[in-house]
Design a binder for this molecule. Structure first.
Ligand SMILES: C[S@@+](CC[C@H](N)C(=O)[O-])C[C@H]1O[C@@H](n2cnc3c(N)ncnc32)[C@H](O)[C@@H]1O
Length: 278
């Protein structure tokens, strides 16, 4: 318990430090926002589309459980640092990111869907691999996440940022050559997780693939269990579902037979699954 308190108090201190830093940055950021708006008016419409027709509401589970990480604008600014994401993933961010990207393709062709925004340079790395003709759609339910992503990315007319719920995608079936879900499913309650997987699979084209990277039950003697369990229990309660069951638990039957690979990393702490639609 003492250990957990220590971790929490360190986290609180660094959040406070982060807030001070953010106050300083706020002035700068307001100036930049104003400049961006002005340049937007001068240059006309942005190449990137940010569509939020019939925007869905942010679900209660997300606000209740993850306000501190994804919803509040301060949280978005604080957490969107690669060093922090890497710390949360015990130094595995780049490895997991690159393994996921490699399964999308060293050169990514056709249409790709990224389900939910990811802190750090994940989306930019996808963009870097796109061929000149290929397209990327990124969906997220929190408008602040999409705004943040928009600020991070270079302009690209083949990139769309869409406000959408992963469990009810307003996208046509059989549309995407690749769909990627990177550390989203562990953050969702079971019912939402099942629907997100169904929806992701629905929009994959025949011959296309779905790549999932997420938490997994660590091996029995992996000492990281002792550190990670209390953190997940307190901060990410739905994540422990993935310790109790394989992800297969939420995979629809017609999809489970189409898995072409499963790999675990870091003593079983993380997993990468690849499904190809026949
Ligand atoms: C991909 S997950 C976590 C990724 C990873 N931990 C990282 O480094 O950012 C986080 C994103 O999922 C989004 N999200 C959560 N539930 C969602 C839902 N039902 N539909 C769409 N986006 C959702 C959150 O708004 C957040 O931007």
């Amino acid at each position: 318990m003492l250990g957990i308190r220590l971790i929490l108090s360190k986290a609180r201190n660094s959040l406070r430090e982060g807030e001070d830093e953010l106050k300083l940055e706020k002035g700068k950021s307001k100036l930049t926002d104003a400049q961006t708006k002005i340049s937007g008016h001068i240059e006309g419409a942005l190449d990137r589309e940010f569509i939020s027709q019939n925007a869905p509401a942010i679900p209660d589970y997300l606000t209740a459980t993850y306000w501190w990480a994804y919803v509040s604008p301060k949280a978005i600014r604080f957490f969107d640092r690669e060093s922090l994401v890497n710390l949360i993933l015990f130094g595995n961010f780049k490895k997991l990111r690159d393994r996921a990207l490699d399964r999308l393709g060293f050169v990514i062709e056709g249409k790709t869907l990224q389900i939910a925004s990811v802190y750090g340079d994940f989306t930019q790395k996808i963009v870097d691999r796109l061929t000149p003709e290929s397209e990327l759609d990124v969906i997220d339910i929190v408008p602040g996440q999409l705004e943040n992503l928009q600020k991070k990315l270079c302009e690209n007319p083949r990139l769309r940022l869409l406000q959408m719920d992963s469990s009810a995608l307003t996208l046509a079936a059989d549309t995407y050559d690749q769909v990627i879900s990177f550390f989203l499913l562990h953050e969702q309650p079971e019912e939402v997780r099942s629907k997100t997987i169904q929806e992701a699979w629905r929009v994959v084209k025949p011959g296309g693939r779905l790549v999932i990277v997420d938490y997994h039950r660590p091996r029995l003697f992996n000492p990281i269990r002792l550190v990670l369990w209390p953190i997940l229990k307190i901060l990410e309660p739905f994540a422990l579902d993935l310790w109790r069951h394989g992800l297969e638990q939420w995979i629809p039957e017609e999809m489970s037979s189409q898995r072409i690979s499963k790999r675990t990393f870091f003593g079983g702490v993380y997993q990468k699954l690849v499904y190809v639609k026949s």
